[in-house]
Design a protein around this ligand. Structure first.
Ligand code: GLU
Ligand code: ZN
Length: 493
């Protein structure tokens, strides 16, 4: 691994539920690493004890595993640059903070929140840029002791060099931030808690990250990190190289605003519970800001990795389109071997209490026969529950959908009775024979239009007006169950 030295990282904070924007970032990093034969590092940025949670940490690991985004270094895997949970690295940050201050790259700032606010307002009213004004940059010893006597806890602030910062962004090209737009910023809170601004670049340096690929929302932290990197080299924390930065385009939701964590379609869990295939979700997320070329829109993550380069990453915001995502999921479902589809729907049927865990031999036989019937029409795996329940429910639990009960009114009884009579006598219980004998009896015999003949039959047998193909379903269900259901329907139940 890592022969040519490419090292990228996915470094979420464990707050809340994983969302699709974050997974898009993970996927692009994964593909970049795999394409280069490099190393994909998974790091947990959990230094904000008020917001981070253990549930969210577990959900992150579980999600990446479900998606098949395997990491080379990180939690549960280890690696030469661990530990990979920042909460286990606090002594490292304390030491780096100490050295930064000693070398003059950072300083204690005693300003209170209220004082900062007041000066910000003043600056604004005078038409100046309202960032930190550098008040504590060069405090005298007397001033420091005076603040200390007041019992103030200082934050540690980074001293931004007074010059512009420019870099050649791997996605967006040349970017410059003027010095006036990047004021001195806080690295460590008054209570000693290190902030993202410190721990993220420190770990990127210590973990020898070569490329930082992340969302465009983090663009403004890049000049700060470039400046910090220079300081880290001087104090011996980095090896003197700076990663290349690439900022991935925004993902937009409905109404032309950024997709938010709170939008229901951004929740990874929703996709998993609804029965999106991990392959399909990754396939769709790959299209958010990247293209395969040749208009190809159906591909695996391995195929993506094979050709993935940043040249094909688009600068323009990408629009999240649930309809398209769902269509791709349907394509993926249809691409599965039926036996594989059976394996994928089993958990949904178990949860719906339709089959045992593990399924019985009989249940597996039903699923094997039925999977090809529903494969064409499915958009997500959870639809298998509604589509297959009539084949799997215990006889006493079978019930016709209330909204379709009307189809089984009194005028349907003669049709159903005629069907029952010929089905009882049918020698071979198989699809074509069932179809033939019913057509003879109902369409030719009773002179009914096929739709009129078969709709009551379909409702009586499957419980719904819309179902998998009727005659195939009848073969799978078996003669005695079919006859029992017809009898019930004739009896008006
Ligand atoms: N922990 C940061 C976040 O989740 C990482 C940002 C970055 O990639 O630098 O936003
Ligand atoms: Zn200050």
């Amino acid at each position: 691994m890592g022969a040519n030295g490419v090292r990228v990282r996915f470094c979420p904070s464990p707050t809340g539920n994983p969302h699709v924007g974050m997974i898009r970032t993970a996927l692009f990093n994964w593909a970049f690493a795999r394409h280069a034969g490099g190393t994909f590092v998974f790091r947990i940025e959990d230094t904000d004890s008020a917001r981070d949670s253990e549930e969210s940490y577990s959900a992150l690991l579980d999600s990446l595993r479900w998606l098949g985004l395997d990491w080379d270094e990180g939690p549960e895997v280890g690696g030469g640059y661990g530990p990979y949970r920042q909460s286990d690295r606090l002594p490292v940050y304390a030491e780096v903070a100490r050295r930064l201050r000693e070398a003059g790259f950072a300083y204690h700032c005693y300003c209170s929140g209220a004082e900062l606010e007041e000066r910000r307002e003043l600056a604004k009213s005078q038409g100046r840029t309202p960032g930190y004004d550098g008040k504590c940059r060069d405090l005298s010893d007397e001033q420091v002791s005076a603040y200390e006597d007041e019992g103030r806890d200082p934050v540690l602030r980074f001293r931004m060099p007074d010059r512009d910062f420019e870099w050649d962004d791997l996605v967006r090209g040349s970017i410059t931030f003027g010095a006036e737009h990047v004021p001195d910023y806080v690295l460590v809170r008054g209570n000693g808690e290190p902030l993202y601004t410190l721990v993220n670049p420190v770990d990127d340096a210590l973990m020898r990250i070569t490329h930082v690929l992340r969302g465009e929302d983090l663009l403004s932290s890049t000049p700060r990190q470039l400046a910090l990197y220079e300081a880290l080299a001087v104090i011996g924390v980095s090896d003197g190289t700076t990663p290349r930065f690439g900022h991935l385009p925004y993902v937009m939701g409905e109404g032309n605003r950024k997709l938010s964590k709170r939008d229901p379609e951004s929740s990874l869990l929703m996709y998993r519970e609804t029965g999106y295939l991990p392959e399909a979700l990754l396939n769709y997320l790959a299209l958010l800001g990247w293209s395969m070329g040749d208009d190809q829109e159906f591909f695996s993550k391995e195929q993506m990795a094979e050709v993935f380069t940043l040249e094909r990453v688009n600068q323009n915001p990408a629009r999240f389109d649930l309809v398209k995502c769902t269509a791709i999921n349907g394509d993926w479902i249809r691409s599965l071997a039926p036996a594989e589809l059976v394996q994928r729907i089993i958990p949904f049927l178990v949860t719906a209490d339709l089959i045992a865990q593990p399924p019985t031999v009989e249940q597996l036989a039903i699923l094997a026969a039925a999977a090809p019937l529903i494969q064409e029409r499915m958009e997500n795996l959870s639809q298998s529950v509604g589509m297959l329940s009539f084949l799997l429910v215990a006889p006493e639990r079978f019930a016709v959908d209330v909204s379709d009960l009307g189809v089984l009114g009194a005028d349907a009884a003669p049709t159903l009775a005629a069907a029952r009579a010929v089905l009882m006598e049918l020698p071979a219980w198989e699809t074509d024979a069932i179809h033939q004998v019913l057509k003879d009896a109902l369409v030719d015999g009773l002179g009914l239009k096929p739709k009129l003949a078969f709709t009551p039959l379909r409702v009586a047998i499957t419980g719904r007006r819309i179902s998998p193909p009727l005659f195939e379903s009848m073969e799978i269900l078996g003669r005695s169950s079919c006859l029992a259901r017809l009898e019930r329907a004739i009896g008006g139940r």
